[in-house]
Design a protein around this ligand. Structure first.
Ligand SMILES: CC(C)(COP(=O)(O)OP(=O)(O)OC[C@H]1O[C@@H](n2cnc3c(N)ncnc32)[C@H](O)[C@@H]1OP(=O)(O)O)[C@@H](O)C(=O)NCCC(=O)NCCS
Length: 151
């Protein structure tokens, strides 16, 4: 929806040709310091197979690294593309409760999902959405970058 576009547009990274023509885009959604998700990665049909998708994905993974987020997940119908970048399939979707509570709960395909869940890095031990199944002591401390004087 338009509201979702407004909410999420800052998550997007764009790939352009040397002359500034749009080639494709992808988004990194941060659930918290424990988990991020690669979403909506797409390259224009005429630009496929020339490296733009890989460039976008690497930029999103660097962004997760810059934020110190160790685990990146995604749901996809083309796992082979993501194998190239260190993602592996996880058979247990319940291991990603944040993703389930954010998107799957309201998805018409909840019980007929044809996407594969993948993760790069460790399976998170904590979740921030849905009923909490973890001890507070397992929560990752949030590190907020702070450059000014603390008051
Ligand atoms: C998937 C997609 C983003 C890939 O973009 P791209 O620019 O064509 O990919 P690249 O040229 O950067 O390819 C990078 C590597 O992945 C491989 N690859 C690309 N598409 C692949 C696919 N569908 N399956 C398996 N491997 C694939 C390439 O061979 C290349 O491998 P190499 O580094 O060994 O040469 C693009 O095909 C696309 O927009 N698809 C439609 C939208 C879609 O399905 N998005 C995924 C939603 S989860």
């Amino acid at each position: 929806s338009y509201a979702e576009v407004c909410e999420n547009v800052r998550d997007f990274t764009v790939a352009e040709s040397e002359s500034g023509v749009f080639l494709g885009c992808g988004a990194l959604h941060l659930y918290g310091p424990h988990l991020a998700e690669v979403r909506s990665i797409v390259v224009k049909p005429e630009a496929k197979g020339q490296g733009a998708g890989g460039r976008i994905l690497r930029a999103l993974l660097e962004e997760a690294d810059d934020h110190g987020v160790p685990s990146v997940c995604l749901f996809t119908r083309i796992p082979d593309f993501f194998f190239h970048f260190g993602f592996r399939i996880t058979m247990d979707r319940a291991a990603l409760p944040d993703k389930i509570y954010k998107d799957c709960q309201n998805c018409p395909r909840l019980h007929a999902c044809d996407e594969v869940a993948m993760v790069r890095g460790p399976i998170p031990r904590v979740a921030v959405l849905g009923p909490s199944r973890v001890q507070d002591s397992d929560l990752v401390p949030i590190q907020i970058p702070f450059s000014g004087e603390r008051h």
